[in-house]
Ligand binder design. Structure first.
Ligand SMILES: [Zn+2]
Length: 187
């Protein structure tokens, strides 16, 4: 579905699926899960509601959409051609809100990582490995992590994430929709 919608439309769809998981989020979550890393989701009590919380590593990760959160230098961070001022202000507010949330988290002793949508979609394996390395830096010495490259299959991660997002959107439209074929939820 991502290819037939503009970033604005896509974000609109996503914002309507309240509490819904975005594709990049799902990619990161299943990748880390496969590597044996455990986390909790979107903790509302933490500033900015980080998408993933790793209590054991005192770390949080935000999975940011390049468009709304303005990934610096990214080709996905386009600006609409009309109402330019309105959008510039809106984007600046988003960036400022993110910055404040990160500051508050760091002040509270959390390690903070921002993972960009484009990185997860286009450089899936490298990005998951980067997050894993970052977590390992904070791993208690009693619980060393193992990185098993063979667990991370980009094609599989992408297709699973896509199916789940489609399911979320179709179940938003049709609350009683069943699970898509071949998908039985979390394994
Ligand atoms: Zn980007």
């Amino acid at each position: 579905m991502t290819d037939i919608l503009s970033p604005e439309q896509r974000s609109l769809v996503m914002s309507r699926v309240r509490g819904g998981d975005t594709k990049p989020e799902l990619i990161l979550r299943s990748g880390l899960h496969r590597l044996g890393i455990r986390f909790t989701l979107a903790n509302r009590r933490l500033p900015g509601q980080p998408d993933l919380v790793f209590p054991k590593y005192r770390s949080v990760a935000f999975v940011h959409g390049c468009y709304w959160h303005r990934h610096p230098g990214c080709k996905d961070a386009t600006t609409p051609k009309s109402n330019t001022e309105f959008w510039a202000r809106k984007f600046a507010e988003n960036v400022e809100r993110d910055r404040r949330a990160q500051e508050r988290l760091i002040a509270a002793g959390w390690r903070v990582m921002v993972v960009w949508e484009c990185q997860l979609v286009r450089q899936t394996c490298e990005t998951i490995r980067k997050v894993w390395l970052w977590l390992r830096d904070a791993a208690p010495s009693t619980a060393p992590l193992d990185y098993d490259e063979s667990l991370i299959d980009r094609g599989r991660l992408l297709s699973v994430a896509e199916k789940r997002v489609k399911f979320r959107i179709s179940s938003y439209k049709r609350p009683h929709a069943g699970l898509p074929k071949g998908e039985k939820g979390d394994k």
